[in-house]
Design a protein around this ligand. Structure first.
Ligand code: PLP
Length: 414
């Protein structure tokens, strides 16, 4: 048995599926095949139970209360912060800021660190395969401050052109914001190398980990990332919770993002002082329930282990890639050497949306369109793709259902 096969054998998919209540349902009279995991993953019962438990046992506002419920809620909320710290191997819990999601985490850095540190003529580098949430905040900043956005080109097989990246780097480069795993192509980018080279040029780096946190082992210290952003809902956790990791010295020097309760030490009309890290960045009542339940998701992932998850998902990716290639007229967009379990494809003379609708009639959920990565679609000269993205609970049988569904759907549409 190969190492990969032995790890794969460690996942009992059929037992795991029992832990996800939604997977038992039917859609349009057919068993649900959920292949839209890059958009959001389904939730295990442990996470759903943690939400119910919070609201039925210790719902209270956190940090300020001295009664028992407030103390329990605060302890649970802060326990998730510690779980996240360990999940990404941050040095301290002060470096873990809770947000609404990756989008808000990136905006936080754009509105605070970048607004304070960057001036007209400074350059920010993003890549051509970014999600809109790692493009638009920087464009808004450029419009406001006169900073300049530079873009790392994407090669024909869907990888970053690293030589071009090196040419873009200069002493004007002050910030690099790059996605670790592309949501539209599945490409795993060499972020460690990007960080090393950006640092050598004197720039800070944000890693968009929205798609990587669920598949790859994340070690922000080994990466030496200045900022790392991801969302709970793509890691089997609830929606409405995100994480911004930031190096302590950077967070300390940054101004607050929003003003309000929780983020202050002392308020008077003569002036206000701000709370210590990480609370300086967490104004107002946060999303307590979902944050508390996020810990159950992290425990769930840890209990299986990323290596076993990856081995299973890599098997699905290889199997699906081989099977999809047999469909006439189907072209996979994104053939990077390093990929996670995302397959984007186009079919000659067929619109992705038609494929999506007809697959849904067969109970198969895929994503169609531009995947919030319009510049990437423009790069490939297409308006969108059909995307199947796999999670630890997906099976080869489901891929067989996708392939036979596609064959029938394409026949109907041509
Ligand atoms: N970045 C990437 C690569 C994504 O895939 C996504 C969501 O799909 C985001 C950022 C935005 O994440 P959220 O919508 O959770 O803020």
């Amino acid at each position: 048995m190969t190492a990969a096969a032995s790890l794969e054998a460690m996942i009992d998919v059929h037992a795991l599926r029992q832990q996800f209540p939604i997977l038992a349902r039917e859609v349009k009279g057919k068993p649900l095949v959920y292949f839209d995991n890059a958009a959001t993953s389904q939730k295990p019962r442990l996470v759903i139970d943690a939400l119910v438990n919070y609201y039925s046992q210790f719902n209270a506002n956190i940090h300020r209360g001295i009664h028992s419920l407030a103390e329990e809620a605060t302890a649970a909320y802060e326990a998730t912060r510690e779980a996240v710290r360990a999940f990404v191997n941050a040095a301290s819990r002060e470096e873990i800021v809770f947000t609404r999601g990756t989008t808000e985490s990136i905006n936080l850095v754009a509105y605070t660190w970048a607004r304070q540190e960057l001036k007209a003529g400074d350059e920010i580098i993003v890549s051509g395969m970014e999600h809109h949430s790692n493009i638009v905040p920087w464009q808004m900043l450029c419009a406001e401050k006169g900073t300049v956005l530079k873009v790392i080109p994407v090669t024909d097989n869907g990888e970053l052109d690293m030589d071009a990246f090196r040419k873009l780097l200069s002493q004007r480069t002050k910030f690099v914001s790059v996605v670790q795993v592309s949501n539209a192509l599945g490409t795993v980018n060499p972020v460690q190398q990007i960080i090393r080279e950006a640092h050598a040029a004197g720039a800070k780096v944000l890693v968009d980990g929205a798609q990587s946190a669920v598949h790859l082992d994340i070690d922000v210290q080994a990466l030496d990332a200045d900022f790392f952003a991801f969302s709970s809902h793509k890691v089997y956790g609830p929606t409405g919770v995100g994480v911004l990791y930031g190096k302590k010295e950077l967070l300390l020097a940054m101004p607050p993002f929003q003003g309000g309760g929780e983020m202050i030490k002392q308020v008077s009309f003569d002036g206000t002082t701000y709370a210590d890290l990480p609370y300086k960045f967490e104004a107002g009542t946060p999303n307590i329930a979902d944050t508390v339940a996020f810990k159950a998701a992290i425990n769930f992932v840890n209990s299986i282990g990323k290596a076993a998850i990856r081995a299973h998902e890599n098997d699905l990716l290889a199997y699906a890639s081989e099977r999809l290639k047999t469909i006439p007229g189907l072209r996979i967009i994104g053939q990077a050497k390093e990929k996670v379990s995302v397959i984007s494809f186009v079919v000659d003379k067929v619109h992705p949306q038609d494929i999506g609708i007809l697959l849904d009639n067969r109970g198969i959920a895929v994503r169609t369109g531009h995947h919030c990565a319009q510049p990437l679609m423009q790069r490939f000269g297409i308006s969108g793709t059909t995307r199947a993205s796999f999670a630890l609970y997906n099976t080869r049988e489901e891929i067989d259902a996708l392939v036979s569904g596609l064959e029938k759907v394409i026949k109907m549409l041509l």
